[in-house]
Design a protein around this ligand. Structure first.
Ligand SMILES: Cc1cc2nc3c(=O)[nH]c(=O)nc-3n(C[C@H](O)[C@H](O)[C@H](O)COP(=O)(O)O)c2cc1C
Length: 192
């Protein structure tokens, strides 16, 4: 394989497309975020990287809380809209008809229509350049009943999630294996 080399750039793909809720009460807002991921399993830690000029940056700085709402393909267009309009000018919950639902551990609302949400408390902020990374503890996870079976097992594959790759959205497709399927290794909590 012959490769062309470019200077370093933010070309990791696919990444999740998420709808991050922030702020409280009438100030609550939604920002579309692709620069997010897991930093640690135990304690469960995540980050969202947000440009200081975003309205949401100020809201998160003020409250120290946010909620990461995962996005099914069917809601992707609404979430894209939240990523091209500012909460300074418009109430995005009303505009895209997402329902504010209270969280359990934080005051910021979650999106009722999202199948899985992570309630997060900010513990650190890294000022990296174009973006500030808000490092967070994941203090609760809320899953829609439709993706949890009677034994309490999560079936995230039923959520029909979307992914983001180099400026384009994709519906997650065919399952091609599961953790350790190359040698029948069972996934344990420790191995993640
Ligand atoms: C697919 C997609 C991914 C985005 N990812 C990020 C991101 O990771 N960080 C960020 O600061 N802005 C990101 N944006 C841009 C913000 O969502 C956008 O500027 C939004 O209008 C900011 O809203 P606010 O001013 O209400 O906070 C993304 C936009 C889209 C459409």
């Amino acid at each position: 394989m012959s490769k062309i080399t470019w200077k370093g750039s933010a070309l990791l793909a696919p990444v999740p497309v998420t709808a991050v809720t922030c702020g409280e009460g009438d100030e609550a807002n939604i920002i579309t975020v692709a620069w997010t991921g897991i930093l640690s399993s135990n304690p469960p830690k995540t980050y969202v990287s947000i440009r200081p000029e975003r309205h949401s940056h100020g809201l998160i700085t003020k409250t120290g809380e946010l909620c990461i709402n995962l996005v099914p393909s069917l809601l992707c267009k609404k979430v894209d809209w939240c990523g091209v309009r500012s909460g300074r000018d418009v109430n995005k919950f009303d505009a895209v008809k997402f329902t504010k639902e209270p969280c359990t551990q934080i005051r910021c609302p979650q999106i009722a229509e999202s199948p899985l949400t992570l309630e997060c408390k900010v513990t650190d902020v890294l000022h990296l350049g174009s973006h500030d990374a808000f490092i967070c503890d994941i203090v609760a996870v809320n899953a829609d009943e439709s993706i949890v079976d009677e034994k309490g097992k999560l079936h995230l594959e039923k959520a029909g999630l979307a992914a983001y790759s180099h400026g384009e959205y994709f519906a997650l497709g065919k399952k091609i294996g599961s953790f350790g399927y190359s040698h029948n290794k069972k996934r344990t909590k420790k191995s993640r």
